[in-house]
Design a protein around this ligand. Structure first.
Ligand code: ZN
Ligand code: ZN
Length: 175
C-alpha cells in the first residue's frame, strides 16, 4: 500500500471540480418522475379500453410495477376480445393488483409504500392497496369511484392527483 508500484491514482491531481456557468437546469420532482414512469408502464397494458400503469415506491425506490393485463398465460383482449360484464372489461387484472402481485411473487413488502397510478383506483384495488399497507396514493386522472376519498380520510391514506400539468392537487393529507 502506498508503495511506488501501487497503480491506483492517488491525491487530487487526476481531476478537477468544475461548476456550470449558468444555473443548473430544473429537475423534475420525485412525484412527476414516478408518475411519468407509471405512464410508461401503462403503455404495456393489454386492454385498450383503458391503459393504466402503477408504480409502487418506498423511500424513492421502485418496489414493483404493474399494468392492466390478462391472467399470466391467458390470451389478451386484442387477441380474443374483451370480456364484458356490466359495461366493464373483466379480462384483465388491474395495474394496482398486478403491481402488488408482482411484489408478492418476489416476497417484497409494500407496507408503508406509495403508489403512483395513471388513473384513480377502483374500489376493489383501493381495498387491496389499503390492506397491503400503502400509505399514499397519487393518481393521474380521476377514474370512477369516489368512495376512495372518504375511505382515505377515515384510515389516513394520503390521496393526491398529479395530472399532466405536473401540479400536485391534494385531496386527503396523510396521517
Ligand atoms: Zn379488455
Ligand atoms: Zn382496479
Amino acid at each position: 500500500m502506498g508503495s511506488e508500484e501501487d497503480p491506483r491514482p492517488c491525491g487530487d491531481q487526476h481531476f478537477e471540480i468544475v461548476f456550470d456557468e449558468g444555473p443548473p437546469p430544473g429537475r423534475q420532482s420525485w412525484d412527476v418522475y414516478f408518475m411519468n414512469i407509471a405512464r410508461q408502464v401503462a403503455s404495456r397494458g393489454t386492454c385498450h379500453r383503458k391503459h393504466v400503469g402503477c408504480v409502487i415506491v418506498r423511500d424513492r425506490i421502485i418496489l414493483a410495477t404493474g399494468y392492466n393485463g390478462s391472467i399470466r398465460g391467458m390470451p389478451h383482449c386484442d387477441e380474443v376480445g374483451h370480456m364484458m360484464e356490466n359495461g366493464h372489461c373483466t379480462r384483465t387484472a388491474h395495474a394496482e393488483q398486478n403491481a402488488i402481485a408482482q411484489a408478492a411473487r418476489y416476497g417484497i413488502s409494500v407496507d408503508g409504500a406509495e403508489a403512483y397510478i395513471t388513473a384513480s383506483p377502483c374500489w376493489v384495488c383501493f381495498k387491496i392497496m389499503a390492506n397491503a399497507g400503502l400509505k399514499r396514493i397519487v393518481f393521474g386522472e380521476f377514474y370512477r369511484d369516489d368512495r376512495i376519498f372518504d375511505a382515505s380520510e377515515h384510515i389516513g391514506i394520503e390521496l393526491a392527483m398529479l395530472d399532466t400539468t405536473d401540479e400536485l392537487k391534494m385531496f386527503v393529507k396523510g396521517k
